[in-house]
Ligand binder design. Structure first.
Ligand code: HAM
Length: 414
């Protein structure tokens, strides 16, 4: 008998039912937020991961399945999806089309880790990537989508941990401070940490070696060294989460194990998982697209581990195209507009709302590019009158509706 490869799993009934339920819930939810699926190859050029994930990360330095093909090219089975998706965005110029600015994926990843419950060498991720939106509203919405997925799957015990890892303006000063603080105690650190202290000090904070932990606990915190822009961005993400009742815990030591992050990073953990308690992780990675030869578009995304989620998903079971774009006018109307979006989604209407402020003209252009049938205009007059202006973008007709009425209208007219 030939056994399966260590760290891989065969999946079949009844466990596969939980996978189907999760995948269907994710697809349904992502569609409600205007995301479309992307599938990229399982293997990529090794260089892609070295350049994006970073050569001093555990993933690249220890965990990749790298091999040479028959022509001597170095290829790698993807250890994560983001790098491949960004490679595809650049290569296929997906950034030229608004319809490709919200992408999701479901598929296998490969990392040579020590297998245990919840940690495999072939595992599967579900993730989303949002391109072109630098606003805290984008971070907020992405985090909310992850949280909402957990809620829909009936997973109660989830904690959202959030931090900011700063940007190329403020991080170097922090890195130096960290290097100085740790240098005095380098004798207490493992060999890898001592090397990383010189090459990429931030990665020292990812170290899982127990003897390094007391030193790392006392290390300076990046959240205390943010520049004004990063600090304001982080504050606004936290404000939005608080205001929209998404519970979170600031987690000053969270830096995530990949080099591409800037500003917001977050993780969702569940005590139901045991030792491998990270269920979902992600953050903002504004420089990556530019680094891979594309335009300098900001981006935010996350991925969850399907095996881990399946372990804690209660047994249990979809699908419209996004038809509605919410155009809000003026910064103070963003939150009321978010509330309207939320009410419409409650009624099952798929809605797109952007975090970035636009003029009426640009909003209509954006709605047009998104190819939605209706635009909902949220201006001061609409809020005062508690009536939404709904524009049919195909016929040019315009209506004034309350939110409930608008929801019924969309459900019967799309
Ligand atoms: P990551 O934190 O490396 O992030 O992985 C995301 C999730 O994949 C983890 O929270 C965990 O649930 C699952 N996972 C990771 N390694 C394993 C393993 N060996 N076995 C089982 N599950 C595992 C990323 O991969 C980023 N690309 C996320 C992202 C997307 N950031 C921005 N966009």
């Amino acid at each position: 008998m030939i056994n399966g490869v260590k760290g891989t799993q065969d999946l079949y009934f009844p466990e596969i039912k939980a996978w189907h339920r999760i995948e269907a819930a994710a697809r349904e939810l992502f569609a409600l937020y205007g995301y479309s699926e992307i599938r990229t190859p399982v293997m990529e050029h090794t260089e892609l991961f070295v350049r994006s994930v970073g050569d001093e990360t555990d993933i690249v330095s220890k965990e990749m399945y790298t091999f040479q093909d028959k022509k001597g090219r170095s290829l790698t089975l993807r250890p994560e999806y983001t790098a491949g998706v960004m490679r595809s965005v650049v290569e296929n110029r997906l950034h030229d089309s608004a319809r490709h600015s919200r992408l999701y994926y479901i598929g296998p990843q490969f990392r040579y880790e020590r297998p245990q419950k919840g940690r495999y060498r072939q595992f599967h991720q579900i993730g989303i990537e949002a391109l072109g939106d630098a606003s805290p509203g984008c971070d907020f919405e992405c985090i909310t989508i992850g949280r909402e997925l957990m809620r829909r799957l009936g997973i109660a015990q989830v904690e959202v941990r959030i931090n900011s890892v700063g940007c190329p303006r403020c991080r170097p000063a922090y890195t130096e401070k960290l290097r100085e603080a740790l240098a005095g105690r380098s004798g207490e650190l493992c060999q890898d940490c001592r090397r990383r202290l010189e090459t990429n000090p931030l990665r020292v904070l990812d170290c899982k070696v127990p003897s390094c932990q007391p030193v790392l606990t006392e290390a300076p915190k990046i959240s205390e060294c943010l520049c004004d822009e990063c600090a304001a961005h982080f504050e606004e993400v936290k404000n939005l989460l608080s205001e929209f009742e998404v519970p979170f815990v600031p987690w000053p030591r969270l830096v995530r194990g990949l080099d591409y992050y800037k500003k917001t990073v977050f993780e969702m953990i569940s005590p139901l998982l045991g030792a491998q308690d990270a269920l979902l992780g992600g953050g903002r990675y504004d420089g990556l697209l530019g680094q891979l030869g594309g335009p300098a578009l900001p981006s935010f995304g996350w991925a969850l581990g399907l095996e881990r989620l399946a372990l804690i998903t209660p047994a249990g079971e979809e699908k419209r195209e996004p038809e509605v774009y919410i155009a809000w006018m003026g910064g103070e109307l963003y939150k009321p507009a978010l509330r309207i979006a939320s009410k419409l989604r409650e009624k099952g209407v798929p809605v797109i709302i952007d975090g970035e402020e636009r003029s009426v003209k640009n909003s209509m252009k954006r709605a047009d590019r998104l190819n939605v049938k209706f635009a909902v205009i949220v201006g001061e007059d609409e809020i005062k009158a508690e009536r939404l202006t709904v524009k049919n973008l195909e016929s040019g007709e315009q209506f004034a509706f309350g939110v409930e009425e608008a929801a019924s209208f969309f459900m019967s007219n799309s």
